[in-house]
Design a protein around this ligand. Structure first.
Ligand code: ARG
Length: 441
């Protein structure tokens, strides 16, 4: 029973934040004269010793005690005797188990945010490095219109920017201190929650003790931020996987981020990108696990809530492992110009521009769409490119098409024309890039 229900195997990760919480709590107890100053000093000394043990990996974790909170308290009384039992005055384990993940997450969110920032920076550097390179833009994974490779990559910059904004929201709702809630109802001791919050670096308090020990919404919110982030990263990785296949051949990944096959000597497998895509599954899983655990639980603490930690820790490890590697992998991509040029040379990609041209000649867009549709169908049947048709043949579809249309079929010119704000023209992408750098700074 004890071993199955223990959280120690995973909540030992919270040892240092648990100690931080206890040190702040005991100082406040002394300042409020709830404990004598000498008692508080003895307790603080014992806690500092334990911190050293934890840091040096010498702490004797004992699975006969359910969790990290009880392990630390037991170790404290081993060290300083019965006075150690006074640490828990005016406090409950429900308090601690609510406080510790808040402290842990506040630190880790800063780490994740920095890693995301680095990834964004890598994308901006790539967009700069690849300036002027064209690629087919796709819809339905069918070639749609020519765009700049930089423009495509910058799309991910903005997705990550919104992810970071979401994370900022998570931080705001993690920056609340539950301690002082007791088991559920608060405490009869004259504690000073604001002092403890201040010492621990919290901006504000949970204003309801039942709420403080009952909810895990900040963890759910972090996991939902993570799920959305992984969805974005998974799409990016899927594109890298596609683009580095022989079928596309647009890019090559550096050997450091691929593996060979044990059997096929020619293989270069994009393992990191694939695993990023695959790891998305476990992050979604953790989100759904905790949502399901919390659904329908009566207030306040229930043992079910111990299930909040593993998915959180696993997600944190996934993000901290993945994000730096993704940045490195992106940074070392090389572009295969000839494959990209060949893909973009498909002049059907300029069909929209031909239709726009007819609109400028007085047709409604629907009529123009129909005319160009007919022209493309004809080309497909004759196995010809648009630029291979002579003026007379083109003129049969619409008289305006008999004139000079070659600039409309040049992907470079077509791209240059898309100067609307947020569009793919080099001038528009340059402004976008400048704005992105400003946002990042
Ligand atoms: N080990 C528990 C957890 O991680 C904390 C215990 C909270 N209190 C209790 N009475 N079981 O959630």
């Amino acid at each position: 029973m004890l071993h199955f229900t223990a959280s120690l195997p995973f909540d030992r990760r919270l040892a240092l934040v648990d100690l931080r919480g206890s040190i702040a709590h005991v100082k406040m107890l002394a300042d409020r004269s709830i404990l004598a100053h000498e008692e508080a000093e003895t307790i603080r000394g014992g806690l500092e010793e334990i911190r050293e043990e934890v840091e040096k990996d010498l702490f004797p974790y004992d699975l006969d005690f359910e969790d990290i909170h009880m392990n630390i308290e037991k170790r404290l009384t081993e060290k300083i005797g019965p006075v150690g039992g006074k640490l828990h005055t005016g406090r409950s384990r429900n308090d601690q188990v609510a406080l510790d993940p808040h402290l842990y997450m506040k630190d880790e969110i800063m780490v994740i945010d920095n890693l995301l920032r680095r990834l964004q920076e890598t994308i901006l550097n790539l967009a700069e490095r690849f300036q002027g390179i064209l690629m087919p833009g796709y819809t339905h994974l069918q070639r749609a219109q020519p765009i700049l490779l930089s423009h495509h990559l910058l799309a991910y910059f903005w997705m990550l920017q919104r992810d970071r904004e979401r994370l900022e929201g998570v931080l705001k709702r993690t920056d609340l201190m539950p301690l002082g809630a007791g088991a559920i109802a608060g405490t009869g001791f004259d504690i000073d929650r604001l002092q403890v919050a201040d010492q621990l670096g919290f901006s504000s308090l949970y204003e309801n003790s039942v709420d403080a020990v009952s909810d895990r919404d900040y963890i759910i919110e972090f996991l939902s931020f993570s799920a959305i982030l992984m969805m974005h990263l998974s799409r990016l990785c899927e594109e890298l996987i596609n683009w580095s296949s022989a079928e596309f051949g647009f890019i090559e990944l550096d050997d450091a981020y691929t593996t060979g096959s044990s059997m096929m000597p020619q293989k270069k497998n994009p393992d990191l990108a694939e695993l990023a895509r695959g790891k998305t599954g476990r992050v979604y899983g953790s989100l759904f696990a905790i949502l399901t655990v919390m659904k329908g639980l009566p207030l306040a603490y229930n043992k079910d809530m111990q299930e909040d930690k593993e998915g959180l820790f696993d997600t944190m490890d996934t993000l901290k492992g993945l994000l730096p590697l993704l940045a490195e992998m992106l940074d070392t991509i090389t572009v295969n110009h000839s494959c990209l040029n060949e893909a973009v040379d498909d002049d059907y990609l300029c069909a929209t521009d031909l239709a726009d041209f007819l609109v400028k000649n007085g047709l409604s867009f629907r009529e123009a769409h129909h005319v160009v549709g007919g022209l493309i169908a004809y080309c497909r049947k004759e196995e010809k490119r648009l630029r291979e048709l002579d003026p007379d043949t083109r003129g049969r579809f619409h008289s305006a098409l008999a004139g000079e249309i070659s600039p409309l079929l040049d992907p470079v010119k077509v791209v240059e024309a898309r100067r609307s704000r947020g569009g793919t023209a080099p001038s528009a992408v340059k402004s976008q890039l400048e704005l992105a750098w400003k946002v990042l700074k």
